[in-house]
Design a protein around this ligand. Structure first.
Ligand code: CLR
Length: 407
């Protein structure tokens, strides 16, 4: 029944929240939601999901350059999806509304060296508030690995679900070789019951070292019938990458997955193709190409949650996520929503004042770690290989200075 998972006293406010998202597209973060759906975690912490399996990240650098390394990148990428998209359900019972970061909010973390995998550093900065944009860099210096990216979201409402288009991309640099990583779309279902969860939809790409991975995402009731399914097709760049079937069109899918093929399966290039199928939160296998058997088992690599200090850490600056949101997070965790909303207002008022002061002084809040540029030559060069749309995107260049705490 409607609102099953919503505390009785919050049903009214949940249904007004749903009405406001239905009649609105754009930036969901600014809408007021009832307390039961609030998460104590800021969106600046989300880039940590890229490195919660630091061994698999490091393994990219140990793979042989070219095809083997491309496949190692694909494996690591797939391994991050479970944490990125199902961990809130596992930890809090459903997807929740994260804290909306303030401009200039910072999040730093580090995964220590273990068994020769090298140390992995994470640096995140909220580079825009309206719309919210988060930039990050992840580096394992001893392995020569660096992932730089930014993300924002565009949300729309369709057939009772929230559709989230991810804006932004990531560039992975492996000892000088570059990879472009694009991001899947999300569909948030279960709203009616008050227990939202994510399914990934459409496609994303990994392009680098002469290969293109096209990853297709489907939920229950599509090609495998299972939730969190994906199919990755890895082809040499320049081969006829299969055209992406129009989203939601069953005809497009069957023409690709069924025997009849639209793409050039008779060319010799098609022989070099790998296909991997399975679920991104559990296991996947090779289904076409020279390799057989299991491709990946997410549970075989232990997840290491982000190790950062709490509010007790005296070295944290005022704008560091865990320090800034300490009392809001405490209020949400302990059910003291008066504390949470009082503290949230304090932070928001402080932000409004900062923006006013800047306007009066005709200054702009300076970014600390990144420089914004309108185009990205790496995105353009690699994106072309799979005819990625849009043909270019903006980027945030890391200025290269790490805080002393991550040295
Ligand atoms: C942020 C970038 C990460 C992957 C990721 C996972 C979950 C997404 C989040 C991103 C963006 C914000 C998000 C969230 C799930 C729910 C939340 C879309 C893409 C929205 C703003 C909240 C909706 C409110 C309902 C849960 C009620 O790498």
């Amino acid at each position: 029944t409607a609102g099953e998972a919503v505390p009785a006293s919050q049903r009214g406010s949940w249904s007004s929240f749903l009405k406001s998202i239905a009649s609105f597209s754009g930036d969901l973060s600014s809408l007021t939601a009832p307390p039961f759906i609030l998460s104590p975690t800021s969106l600046t912490e989300f880039p940590a999901y890229w490195c919660e399996r630091p061994d698999l990240f490091a393994a990219i650098a140990d793979a042989k350059e070219g095809e083997a390394r491309h496949l190692a990148v694909l494996k690591w990428f797939i391994s991050t999806l479970k944490d990125q998209y199902t961990s809130r359900n596992e930890e809090m019972g459903s997807e929740k509304k994260p804290l909306n970061p303030v401009l200039g909010e910072l999040f730093y973390a580090q995964w220590p060296d273990k068994n020769g995998r090298g140390q992995t550093n994470l640096l995140v900065e909220q580079v825009s508030h309206h719309p919210p944009i988060t930039a990050y860099v992840i580096e394992n210096k001893s392995k020569g690995l660096k992932l730089t990216g930014h993300n924002a979201q565009k949300t729309t409402f369709s057939a009772g679900a929230i559709i989230v288009k991810q804006i932004g991309h990531a560039i992975l640099n492996v000892k000088g070789a570059e990879y472009l990583i694009t991001l899947p779309r999300l569909r948030i279902d279960g709203l009616w019951y008050g227990s939202p969860y994510i399914e990934l939809i459409d496609t994303s790409y990994i392009i680098g070292e002469g290969f293109v991975s096209l990853i297709e995402y489907k939920g229950k009731g599509y090609f495998s019938g299972k939730s969190h399914s994906f199919k990755a097709t890895v082809t040499p760049a320049g081969a006829d990458v299969p055209a992406v079937p129009a989203s939601g069109s069953a005809g497009g899918l069957s023409s690709w997955y069924g025997g009849g093929s639209k793409s050039n399966s008779s060319t010799s290039l098609a022989l070099k193709e790998h296909v991997i199928e399975g679920t991104w939160h559990e296991t996947s296998s090779w289904t076409k190409g020279p390799n057989k058997g299991k491709f990946h088992d997410v549970s075989a690599h232990k997840e290491e949650a982000v190790p950062v200090g709490g509010e007790a850490d005296k070295t944290m600056g005022e704008f560091e996520t865990r320090k800034l949101w300490t009392l809001v997070a405490k209020g949400i965790r302990e059910g003291d929503f008066e504390l949470a909303s009082k503290e949230k207002s304090r932070i928001e008022n402080d932000q409004r004042q900062k923006r006013k002061d800047e306007q009066a002084a005709e200054t702009k809040w300076p970014l600390k770690h990144f420089k914004h540029e309108e185009t990205d030559a790496t995105y353009e060069r690699l994106g072309k290989l799979a005819k990625i749309i849009p043909p270019t995107e903006d980027r945030y260049i890391f200025l290269g200075t790490w805080p002393a705490s991550l040295a």
